[in-house]
Design a protein around this ligand. Sequence first.
Ligand code: LMR
Length: 405
Amino acid sequence: VFGHVAQAPEDPILGVTVAYNKDPSPVKVNLGVGAYRTEEGKPLVLNVVRRAEQLLLNDPNRIKEYLPITGLAEFNKLSAKLIFGQDSPAIQENRVTTVQCLSGTGSLRVGAEFLAKHYHKKSCFQHTIYIPLPTWGNHPKVFTIAGLTVKTYRYYDPATRGLNFQGLLEDLSAAPSGAIVLLHACAHNPTGVDPTLDQWEHIRQLMRSKGLLPFFDSAYQGFASGSLDADAQPVRLFVADGGELLAAQSYAKNMGLYGERVGALSIVCKTRDVAVRVESQLKLVIRPMYSNPPIHGASIVATILRDREMYGGWTIELKAMADRIISMRTQLHEALLARGTPGDWSHIIKQIGMFTFTGLNTDQVAFMTKEYHIYMTSDGRISMAGLSSRTVPHLADAIHAAVTG
Ligand code: LMR
């Protein structure tokens, strides 16, 4: 009965790791998936995470019962404070409902399912979500499968390798009232290009005046500037005006909890009463999907966020990761200058977060993979977090050859 099933293509991002793993070359480098590596090219478990795990292990009262459908209550509370701020009026007024989900993707999916079912049916446009062009490859898939109609708004300008702010404003101005707009909270994936705070304020005013619903994807809090608070400013700007929004948080990158699949979806509502009803419906979305979320990762996060000293330790380790990535940017930029590689490569040091959107085309990427065993996504995105001082010269040689060849 399954004989007709066609072979599906590999995922454009996670499939890069599959190809990398098959390559026997000793010089291969995986710059595909956005996952942090040390200078030695090794995955990193943060010290503060190891300490939290030790505490959990030594706690004789720890049990393995099911969590509630909405997850670990303390984790949810602390996650909302992390993104919206300790003194967020929306939290104080109990207008926020937060549910623990399976990292960023799971949070986006639960949010999308909720919107598809419950976002007010004044017009058909409430089932349309505008996503930036380009965006993380999984976004359109998550929203489409949940039943939303996906449209795009201009975001990146290949000519300047910066933000197409005019295009963004035009497209959001033309979007029908009531549509949902997906916004990357910081460290835009894949371009590494973020609006300035002034530009965010423009976007906020435009969206609120048009009744567009913001859905923030916050996968890199702490990775853009090295400061958790600074990176949450765009989201907090929207919360401060009293309006509604959704926010999906991931702890994959900023706490290095990739495989623990720990994240949260928050919905900021107009009143406490609405928030209670929204949460009751989120439970109906989650229960048939995966029943309730896993306990371990959320317990690690709660252990760290609740303890001042551990929280401080986390911010230091987070800043060290962000700084190493910035140092990789400088080193790659200098290596290309030293080789006299044609073109302007200043975007490598200007872009923000884990990725550089190099501007290399699909053929150039294929060349670099074939000849230099460098693995990256075909859109020319490089995960700077996968680079080290040892591999920068090899990558610079590959880029030079791809550009001049
Ligand atoms: C990425 O963009 O590389 C990460 O967000 C990992 C993923 O799941 O795609």
